[in-house]
Design a protein around this ligand. Structure first.
Ligand code: ADP
Length: 260
């Protein structure tokens, strides 16, 4: 046996501990990759089966597809394409392959931009959409498209899960959080929609997780919107939280480090 001098033993111990940790994290990454593959395969199966079924039936009977069937096939194709797009985006984010190119931006201007893009959806459901910013300028260092994507996913969910005639209020401010050194920009997106049950609440940021009522969403949700939003926010050293009461509504709170 090799006898190590005492001072080498510590070094040896540290190296083997680091190797074991590396092995654990590789095994964890492999598990995540396998789980993603199996989740994706499962999610692709349903729309593909519907499309295949409709086309086979039309082929066998020789009867043309009705307008309703064509619309349902188109819905499934759009869902597949959204799914593929979002899976690719999420897997890049999870692998840490998305390099951020942050720039100083005014969060209030980003929110106004977001509202312009989503107002028509709210108007379609006669939902009152309002923005209140406590200051005209809230500087954050972010990659605009990534943060807009995160906020877009959260806001469109609020529209989907709020009934006709409801309201969505967005509030932006700067805060000093007691347990953190850094000052933050805080955005609250509050709706008076369906709310999320206590059982669902801990899982809604998990990929492919959909609560039952998500069928209310046109085309059905993919269950990836919030996972993508959370990854984008974490990549900016921010964080996201949710509070919700079934039948009353939900509040999503997003904090991003303030640019000094
Ligand atoms: P989906 O594509 O299903 O909307 P998300 O990842 O965006 O997936 O959201 C996950 C789940 O969280 C949704 O299926 C829905 O049940 C719930 N959810 C998200 N936002 C809201 C909201 N504002 N009100 C009620 N439920 C919500």
């Amino acid at each position: 046996p090799i006898v190590l001098p005492a001072h080498r033993k510590d070094e040896f111990g540290a190296i083997s501990k680091a190797l074991l940790e590396m092995n654990d994290s590789l095994a964890e990454a492999e598990r995540t990759r396998k789980q993603l593959m199996s989740d994706v395969a499962h999610e692709l199966k349903t729309p593909l089966m519907i499309i295949q079924g409709e086309l086979e039936l039309a082929h066998e009977t020789g009867s043309p597809l009705t307008a309703v069937k064509q619309a349902s096939i188109l819905d499934e194709v759009l869902r597949l394409s959204r799914l593929v797009h979002e899976v690719l985006d999420l897997s890049r984010l999870e692998a840490g392959m998305t390099e951020l190119h942050p720039k100083e931006e005014n969060l209030v201007a980003l929110l106004e931009d977001l509202l312009t893009k989503t107002r028509f959806m709210a108007e379609d459901k006669e939902i009152q959409l309002s923005l209140h910013a406590e200051e005209p300028m809230i500087p954050v260092s972010v990659e605009k498209s990534r943060i807009l994507q995160a906020l877009y996913n959260i806001l469109t969910n609020a529209v989907y899960y709020t009934k006709t005639g409801g309201h969505i209020r967005i509030h932006a401010e700067t805060v000093h959080l007691p347990d953190r050194q850094q000052r933050y920009a805080r955005i609250r997106v509050e709706d008076n929609g369906t709310g999320i049950s206590e059982a669902d609440l801990p899982h809604i940021f998990d990929r492919f997780y959909r609560a039952d009522h998500s069928r209310a969403r046109p085309g059905g949700g993919t269950g990836l919107g919030l996972a993508i939003a959370q990854h984008n926010i974490l990549a900016h050293q921010g964080f996201i939280e949710v509070e919700s009461v079934v039948g009353e509504g939900s509040v999503f709170t997003i904090c991003l480090p303030l640019e000094d």
